[in-house]
Write a protein that binds this ligand. Sequence first.
Ligand SMILES: [Mg+2]
Length: 295
Amino acid sequence: MPIAIFDMDGVLYRGANVMPYAREALERLRRAGWEIFFATNNSTATRDDYVRQLEQLGLGGDREHIVTSAYATAHYLERRDSRAKDVFVVGADGLRAEIRGVGIPVRDAHDLPGIAPPPEAAADGVDPGAMRRYLVSLKLPPPPDTVVVGLDLHLTYAKLAEAQRSILAGAHFVCSNRDRAYPVEGRLLPGAGTIVAAIEVATGARAICIGKPEPFLFEEAIRRAGRPKGEPVVVVGDSTDYDMVAAHRVGATGVLITTGLTEGRAVEHATGDAVPDRVVHSLAELFGLPEFAGT
Ligand SMILES: [Mg+2]
């Protein structure tokens, strides 16, 4: 069975808005016998959350066909030679849930040292020294063996401080992805890579990255499909630096769709693995490609 792996954000939807022809395109491919996978660098939600979201958007898909960077990160931690036993997450509960789902203990968000600063330290301009005095007064737990970083919409200075302390004490440093931006309805917000970069600067350490452009997400999809020999594998994504590079690392055909995060000149500026094999401007145009001929 041929395999089509779709990036989600910017390809099938943007925020809560379904892209034109998304439902029809998936339906048409399924009818023609394609196995459809959904792959996202977003680490904030579990696969079950995505099943619900895809259902709400009318796009179909089940747990076995969804690969997220949170899920892939959990499996990476599980398969490491020295398996993680005590994980501190700078990220969302979805990431914690996927790591716990493989049986690895994760510290609760509310156990963060520095989670409850006094009022004079909690706001700008009240007492500039109060947060520093609060942080240095904390009784700190033993550092975790692993720090995992993903998108955290509630990032605080205390979280950065705890990640820095843990990594400097020798914790393994892993990130779900390095996305620069997080595209939502009508604008861009900072992506997980922004937070990863802050912690890399704070520690001088380099995180091991699981999400695209690394190949792990797409490898997992192909593994789930049973590694069919000789069947085409096509990746449809909106980013040259993430989707196209990861596609080529697993030997797939990379189709770039210019509806999402794709910057205007991304195609001209792409080099090496980032160069797409095909470029389309809408999901309907997919069916004009030779890869999808006859569907
Ligand atoms: Mg995308």
